[in-house]
Design a protein around this ligand. Structure first.
Ligand code: PNS
Length: 160
């Protein structure tokens, strides 16, 4: 089975990495797809986010990292993939995720979304929380892979 795990990954958190690991265990090939969205105010450029994910998944032989712009269903069609993976944390994610899954299915009837419940430790981890803590000088080391810690500190310093 081939699947796509799409997201902004700004930055990649331990929660994302948890979903990637879980999905790569049952997929033959997993495409981690970074949304190249210039209108969204991202901390990292798309090429930086791609680099992060490539570094973090370099030992996972069935994972490839690509970027996409425009509609996810178009990218999925191009890559000949019908399965979209998304992580689910608390119930608060559900409304947004359900809407996105149904919108994607409306746009392309072949697309099916599989939700992976996150591990308990990652329940409240999100990229926005990481950025918020980093902005105010707090300790976010337990929320992101150690390889990204320094990068995030550097980036926050640059923009402040
Ligand atoms: O990690 P995120 O930011 O919640 O990921 C959202 C993402 C990138 C999966 C979603 O915004 C997306 O697929 N965008 C591409 C545009 C699209 O296809 N929109 C229709 C579905 S709502």
């Amino acid at each position: 089975m081939k699947a796509i795990y799409p997201g902004s990954f700004d930055p990649t958190t331990n929660g994302h990495l948890d979903v990637i690991k879980r999905a790569s265990n049952f997929c033959d090939e997993l495409i981690v797809a970074v949304l190249d969205n210039s209108s969204k105010n991202c901390l990292f450029t798309v090429s930086e986010r791609l680099e992060h994910l490539k570094l973090l998944t370099r030992d996972m032989s069935n994972v490839i990292v690509l970027s996409f712009s425009g509609l996810l269903v178009e990218f999925a069609k191009k890559e000949k993939v019908n399965i979209v993976i998304r992580g689910l944390r608390a119930l608060t994610d559900f409304e947004y995720e359900f809407q996105m899954a149904l919108t994607n299915r409306k746009l392309s009837s072949e697309i099916e979304t599989i939700f992976i419940p996150t591990s308990l430790e990652q329940l409240y981890v999100s990229s926005s929380v990481v950025k918020e803590i980093a902005k105010f000088g707090g300790d976010f080391s337990k929320l992101v892979p150690p390889q990204l810690e320094e990068e995030i500190h550097k980036k926050i310093k640059e923009i402040n």
